[in-house]
Design a protein around this ligand. Structure first.
Ligand SMILES: CC(C)(COP(=O)(O)OP(=O)(O)OC[C@H]1O[C@@H](n2cnc3c(N)ncnc32)[C@H](O)[C@@H]1OP(=O)(O)O)[C@@H](O)C(=O)NCCC(=O)NCCS
Length: 168
């Protein structure tokens, strides 16, 4: 079952029909500020990305139940290096500060727990990305260690905080 209903969201796989909505956040340099990849330049690139998403990536769009608009996306993909599921999320800037990321992140964790047998989760955020820190704390993540990650093109290195979450 790849659909999760929360209070305000329908969390389900993205389709190419969502590309225009997804372009709104994927092309936004502010949303992209701490992402390893460059902002998307056109809707065609977004369609290509969506078409290439594999089931095992467990990548879901966050659709607003009230309007049908897709306002963000996130994933809980198995990370064999850490033997845990890696959580990630991005949201259209026009919808920040309304609790959507927290609502979606909690639902993704529960989905992976019930449907993929996930018990251990990991994630990280750039030190200065304090909003993401709040989302993770509300989901129950605990700080593990300091580290760094870099943009894919090597143009920037981010100091980062790494977290884990274990559910019995
Ligand atoms: C991180 C992100 C997904 C959070 O989305 P969101 O829906 O706004 O998050 P929430 O509304 O659930 O808010 C979490 C907390 O951050 C606060 N917050 C959200 N946006 C904020 C802003 N622009 N400035 C200050 N605080 C903010 C919320 O008020 C809330 O605080 P609280 O815990 O004290 O109530 C969103 O900011 C985003 O897409 N950022 C860019 C991409 C990114 O950083 N992804 C994560 C990479 S690790």
């Amino acid at each position: 079952m790849r659909e999760i209903k929360t209070e305000r969201l329908i969390i389900r796989p993205l389709t190419v029909n969502d590309a225009e909505d997804a372009f709104e956040w994927l092309s936004d340099p502010v949303v992209n500020r701490f992402m390893p990849y460059a902002p998307y330049e056109n809707v065609g690139q977004v369609k290509e990305w969506i078409s290439g998403i594999k089931d095992e990536e467990n990548h879901f769009g966050f659709e607003l139940a009230a309007t049908g608009k897709v306002i963000g996306s996130g994933d809980v993909e198995f990370d064999s290096e850490n033997n845990a599921y890696h959580l990630g999320y991005n949201l259209n800037r026009a919808f920040w500060g309304q609790g959507y990321a927290t609502e979606a992140a909690k639902a993704l964790i529960q989905w992976a727990y019930k449907n993929a047998g996930a018990r251990d989760f990991v994630t990280c955020h750039a030190v200065v990305n304090t909003v993401s820190k709040k989302v993770l704390q509300k989901c129950g993540f605990r700080f593990e260690k300091n580290g760094q990650y870099s943009r894919f093109d090597g143009s920037e290195i981010f100091d980062a905080l790494y977290y884990s979450l274990h559910l019995d």
